[in-house]
Write a protein of this length. Structure first.
Length: 344
């Protein structure tokens, strides 16, 4: 794949992820009970991801344990190790990214996948769609832009990941920008109780996505990233269909207007399945750090597409708060310098 195509796909994925906010706003405004739309979105996504896995030969089952064969004559290895590999296979535990430990047993990994589907798909999308019934797409996208900052701060706290003054400053700046957006220009509105239910629901998106991210880091020790996303989407969709059935909307899709169908298909097939695949390819070829920098385009795309598609106003709190959020996210996600040569 040419570098131009790779970067074009990566940018397109970020734009599609940003455009899920106006698409979600369309769905949330058209449906009183949008859980069925979220269920359909991830049902479509799971089907497409299953097809991609089949085409690429990616297994959706747990990976096989990693094994090594001691060299013949090595300390602790029998002299005939090379001739009898079946007798000398040793499972090599994979170090967990947060606190160490061996690779998870498939059963515990399955429980983790279920939790990912519950938090990252089921709860996240209830917060997402019901929140968008109360706030604009651009505003919601900027509040949710806190995701990398909250993930980073949680990693500092729980896992002791390295951090320095730039990361601390970035977290404060991003929080100030978020509060400016939520408070419509008043960063202290949250403290005075002047924040609406929609903003609280979007903050719920941030919390559930943080949980999903940490669960995913562990789950990919046992399953491939594609398999993790497939199972999370399938489990989340199943739970969302259950909510839709309780609400009496499980068959409501038969009466959806064309705009809702277009929005749901866009979010499920393009933004979720295709966007995830393109982003994974970029991570594989460019590395996680370089690919992750492009995530800063997501809130920008959310604000711009909300303005273009839904005629949402570009007020000064959105512009100033958004600039602060992006600046803070950039500082927070920078890799801190190694201790020793330069003091952070």
């Amino acid at each position: 794949m040419s570098p131009f195509r790779l970067y074009a796909q990566l940018i397109a994925a970020m734009v599609m992820w940003g455009a899920t906010w106006p698409a979600g706003r369309i769905v949330a405004q058209a449906l009183d009970a949008p859980a069925s739309a979220a269920a359909m979105r991830f049902t479509l996504a799971a089907l497409v991801l299953w097809g991609i896995a089949r085409l690429r030969g990616v297994p959706l089952t747990p990976r096989r344990p990693v094994v090594v064969l001691p060299e013949a004559g090595a300390r602790g290895a029998p002299p005939d190790a090379a001739a009898a590999p079946s007798a000398t296979r040793q499972t090599v535990p994979l170090t967990a990214p947060f606190g160490g430990g061996a690779r998870s047993h498939p059963l515990s990994a399955a429980v983790r996948l279920a939790a990912m589907g519950f938090f990252g798909i089921f709860l996240y999308n209830l917060f997402f769609l019901y929140g968008l019934q109360h706030v604009t797409a651009g505003r919601g996208a900027l509040v949710a832009a806190l995701n990398p900052v909250v993930v980073a701060v949680t990693a500092w706290w729980l896992a002791g990941e390295p951090h320095g003054w730039r990361q601390h400053l970035g977290a404060v700046v991003a929080l100030a920008g978020c509060l400016t957006v939520i408070g419509k220009g008043d960063p202290f509105a949250l403290l005075t109780g002047a924040v609406g239910v929609g903003d609280w629901l979007i903050l719920g998106c941030v919390a559930t996505w943080t949980i999903y991210t940490f669960l995913g880091k562990k789950a990919t020790q046992t399953f491939s990233p594609l398999a993790v996303t497939f199972w999370a989407a399938l489990i989340g969709a199943t739970l969302l269909w259950g909510v839709a059935a309780v609400q009496g909307e499980a068959l409501g899709w038969r009466a959806w207007p064309q705009t809702v169908w277009l929005a749901v298909c866009f979010m499920g097939v393009l933004a979720t399945a295709l966007g995830y695949t393109w982003y994974s390819e970029a991570v594989h070829r460019l590395g996680a750090a370089r690919a992750a920098l492009f995530i800063n385009l997501v809130p920008v795309a959310g604000v711009v597409t909300g303005w273009l598609l839904l005629d949402e106003p570009l007020s000064w709190p959105v512009l100033v708060g958004g600039l602060l959020v992006l600046t803070g996210v950039t500082l927070t996600t920078q890799k801190p310098k190694e201790r020793g040569s330069v003091t952070e």
